[in-house]
Design a protein. Structure first.
Length: 464
């Protein structure tokens, strides 16, 4: 008996050691592939908790990290890990400070019909291979702000006679673009199992393309798109950073349109606002339908909350839902986050949720929704992020370690507040408005051309 137990314990520690070793190998490979900044930001914060049967379990203390890894890196981690342990098929990501039942699961379900499987391609080419069954038309709540986008998406998914090609959906973050793209892919997979659908983020498109160039496989890259009936690319604004990728995207796009393939793109801005789109692409987009998703109104937010609550057993009083719908206006992602917190609280504490409790549980979210950022807030956060003093950042010194934070802070002031260029200049040690314009344009360009800067800025923004 004792022997058996000892043996078991020995095995456990042995396995754990192997797993950590594998994880450090996988990390090394990832570091090479994605570069130091991305690695530091998204992979390093992951803690390996366990490897059980077919699942690798990680924890992290930031939602942003979990979201990023889920969307961009989990497939790759599974892929790399598989070369050490073939059985692994999924990753689970836990938020360190949340209870187990709120973890996210990430299945590398390569059997999904609507997805082009990675085995069809060269080893170096990886396609997004995950559809979320929850992000369906059925679960998408319609209101005045999204009804046109949703109707267009449904029509595309049903191959109705008069369709829109390409369909371009745009709108602010967290308003349901990815949800709609995912719904289209699900619906087609369900109704037209023989149609080939590729659904991927623009980041993935670029990654796959660059990989195919590195391995001299540009032809196989092109061919993999040739047999496709529907191409869905999410967050197309990210495609614009590199000339060569843009060219390739444009060629692929034209070829596919000409042979009648349905294309759907999403972005956070309209085609006219995406500066690096060239005119050819813009005019091509004009042949189809360009439609936007607006921020939600109170009624839609309440409807979304009620629909989410109807699918689980937790009981949240109507007045609490109304309170959340009134207060959390920024976007649907945050609305869901707020609701999840309240649900977590009500199931853990097992007591009735009141408005007062809701207020204290959601304090930070409510504050952020009410808060109007000031120039000083932005200066503080940027200075802190770069470990420089505000007084130095505002001074006339021109060392690189100060110029970059200064320019980023100016750019963020312009982007996130309603202050004019001269007002911002005055708050940066009395600088001229042309300096602010220069800084804003420069950083805007850097974001497009340098993924390290754009990641850096995302991290700063996440601190507001
Ligand atoms: P985006 O891609 O525009 O940033 P997402 O599609 O990721 O936004 O949406 C963020 C979250 O909000 C997702 O969980 C999504 O399911 C949810 N969501 C957004 N709009 C709706 C809606 N109209 N009905 C139900 N859920 C929604
Ligand atoms: Mg999205």
């Amino acid at each position: 008996m004792v022997n058996k137990l000892e043996k078991k314990l020995k095995n456990i520690s042995l396995n754990t050691k192997i797993d950590y070793k594998v994880w450090s190998e996988v990390k090394m490979l990832l570091r090479k592939e994605i570069g130091e900044t991305m690695f530091r930001n998204w992979i390093l914060p992951l803690e390996l908790e366990d490897v059980k049967d077919e699942t690798i379990i990680f924890s992290a203390s930031s939602d942003l990290v979990i979201d990023r890894v889920e969307r961009f890196y989990s497939e790759r981690i599974i892929y790399l890990w598989k070369s050490f342990n073939k059985n692994l098929i999924r990753i689970k990501l836990y938020h360190k400070f949340q209870k187990d039942n709120f973890h996210k699961e990430n299945y590398s379900d390569t059997s999904k019909k609507a997805i082009l499987e990675e085995e069809n391609f060269n080893d170096n080419i990886i396609f997004e291979s995950r559809l979320d069954n929850k992000l369906s038309f059925e679960n998408f709540i319609i209101g005045p702000s999204n009804e046109l986008a949703c109707a267009a998406a449904k029509r595309v998914a049903n191959f109705k006679k008069i369709s829109f090609n390409p369909l371009f959906l745009y709108g602010g973050v967290g308003l349901g673009k990815t949800h709609l793209l995912n719904s289209i892919a699900l619906e087609i997979g369900h109704n037209y199992p023989n149609k080939k659908v590729i659904y991927m983020s623009a980041e993935k498109f670029m990654y796959v393309f660059v990989k195919s160039l590195q391995s001299n496989n540009a032809i196989s890259f092109k061919e993999s798109f040739r047999s496709v009936d529907v191409l869905l690319i999410d967050d197309i604004q990210f495609i614009s950073s590199k000339e060569k990728t843009r060219e390739e995207f444009f060629h692929t796009f034209n070829e596919l349109i000409e042979k009648g393939c349905q294309i759907v793109l999403s972005a956070d801005k309209s085609p006219n606002e995406i500066k690096d789109f060239d005119d050819r692409l813009r005019s091509r987009l004009g042949w189809g339908l360009v439609t936007d998703i607006h921020p939600t109104n109170y009624k839609l937010r309440l409807k979304i909350l009620k629909s989410k609550i109807s699918k689980i057993s937790a009981k949240i009083p109507d007045n609490v839902l109304e309170f959340i719908a009134h207060k959390v206006k920024s976007n649907v992602r945050e609305l869901e986050g707020a609701l999840n917190r309240i649900i977590a609280h009500s199931t853990l504490v097992n007591s009735k949720v009141t408005i007062e409790k809701t207020y204290s549980i959601l304090k930070d979210i409510l504050k952020a929704n009410e808060k109007q950022l000031s120039i000083n807030d932005i200066q503080k956060i940027v200075a802190n992020h770069f470990s420089v003093k505000i007084s130095e950042m505002l001074s006339s010194r021109r060392s690189r370690s100060l110029v970059i934070p200064r320019q980023i802070a100016m750019y963020l002031c312009k982007e996130l507040t309603h202050f004019s260029y001269p007002e911002i200049g005055r708050n940066f040690g009395g600088r001229d408005h042309t300096t602010v314009i220069y800084a804003s344009n420069k950083i805007e360009n850097d974001i497009k051309n340098d993924s390290n800067i754009s990641e850096e800025i995302n991290i700063i923004k996440a601190q507001f």
